[in-house]
Design a protein around this ligand. Structure first.
Ligand code: GLA
Length: 389
């Protein structure tokens, strides 16, 4: 059962002997399609889910932030006047977010409260972005700042890039900040424009956790980014977003009637670029299919996305491929693919809502039988992004 407001309130009362002034939540996310496109200024289609980080808080008269984590049963604190990086740990995400807001010129007020969450950690459901955006939402409430989702998402991303040291794109923070109940968001990662796209009636989203975790993810992720940047330089554009499939086929060395290409982009960079360029196109078509109420077409695009991530971008894994194949074999499944950065973590499936239970049970059992790993399946709801509840 997802965490609810009253659970968080009860923990606060238990600790502070009175009700909190605010309760905020910021959700994790799952991406339907548009993978490894955000840092290429491209398109993504994620939804914010009913798994979130929650903070109940009250303001303090000084400039300290004092937080008790229910999940770790640990209290940590820092001063807004003396922020410094220490060793890794959950409090660094809060500090980094406070640092980023202050760097942007916001005048912050201290607060104290309790923190808890139910976004599985390290599963590729953006638990860290949820923590950053919950912190930003709490700081905004305590400091009386207007909530501007795109601006706050950029500050959360800056915290992740510069304080935590992970070179992610904008997708996770933006969907956590700006998500909308019962909708996915088509996000243009260049302009940060978000368009809410409703789910066709009768479909549900299932998150399929392979229970494998990504090793060496950061270095592989950074390497992919560098390959994309090299490909953009080859095409003489700001980002791969600016290259059409026709341009790619003409100039990247796709042998045109057997001729030698004019210029050479190495074979690996070609495959990376082909993934990004085709994925942007699939993502735009997926949003159209969703609006038209056509889950079968959306499912087909998800299959193509998975194949492209597996073969061209090479960020899938055996466990993810097994999960996706098993999910697809169920009659209730419109489509399935790996989701998030890859190398482990979760797949996502679009399914007939009325068969959700059967789908979850059979998929988990077949996956366990085939791979020996346990599987967790969450049928989730699209919820609002970061909010005061
Ligand atoms: C991670 C990053 C995102 C995005 C995805 C891949 O989740 O944090 O910015 O690049 O991988 O689509």
């Amino acid at each position: 059962m997802p965490i609810e407001k009253q659970h968080v309130a009860a923990h606060f009362v238990n600790r502070f002997g009175q009700s909190p002034r605010w309760i905020v939540r910021a959700p994790g996310r799952v991406n339907l399609i548009g993978e490894h496109t955000d840092y290429n200024d491209g398109f993504v289609l994620p939804l914010s889910i009913d798994r979130a980080v929650w903070i109940a808080l009250r303001p303090r008269g000084d400039r300290r932030v004092v937080v008790h984590s229910i999940d770790y049963d640990q209290t940590a604190e820092f001063s807004l006047d003396a922020l410094s990086r220490e060793k890794a740990g959950w409090i660094e995400y809060l500090k980094g977010t406070a640092w980023s807001l202050q760097e942007a010129g916001h005048r912050l007020t201290g607060w104290e409260g309790v923190l808890m969450g139910d976004v599985p950690l390290g599963a590729g459901l953006s638990s860290s972005a949820a923590l950053e955006m919950a912190t930003a939402r709490a700081l905004a409430a305590a400091s009386n700042l207007a909530w501007e989702p795109a601006a706050m998402a950029k500050l959360g991303q800056r915290a992740e890039n510069q304080w935590v040291g992970v070179n992610c794109g904008i997708m996770d923070q933006l969907i956590s900040a700006a998500g909308r109940a019962d909708h996915a968001l088509l996000i243009d990662c260049r302009t940060l424009e978000c368009q809410a796209v409703p789910f066709p009636p009768g479909v549900a989203v299932a998150v399929l956790d392979t229970s494998t975790r990504r090793g060496l993810l950061d270095s592989a992720y950074n390497q992919r980014r560098a390959q994309c940047e090299a490909a953009a330089r080859f095409f003489q554009v700001a980002a791969l977003r600016d290259v059409t499939m026709e341009q790619f086929q003409q100039s990247a060395g796709q042998s045109e009637r057997g001729k030698m290409p004019r210029l050479l982009l190495d074979a690996v960079a070609q495959r990376r670029a082909r993934h990004v360029i085709s994925e942007n196109d699939r993502t735009l078509r997926a949003a159209v299919a969703m609006r038209r109420g056509d889950p079968s077409e959306l499912g087909r695009l998800m299959h193509q996305s998975h194949e492209s991530l597996r073969d061209d971008y090479e960020v899938s894994s055996e466990a993810l491929n097994a999960m996706v194949e098993i999910a697809r074999a169920h009659r209730a499944c419109h489509g399935a693919r790996m989701t998030g950065a890859g190398f482990g973590g979760c797949a996502v499936a679009l399914i007939h809502a009325e068969a959700a239970e059967d789908f979850a049970a059979r998929t988990a059992a077949a996956y366990q039988q085939r791979t020996g790993h346990a599987a967790a399946v969450y049928v989730c709801r699209a919820t609002n992004g970061a909010e005061v509840v």
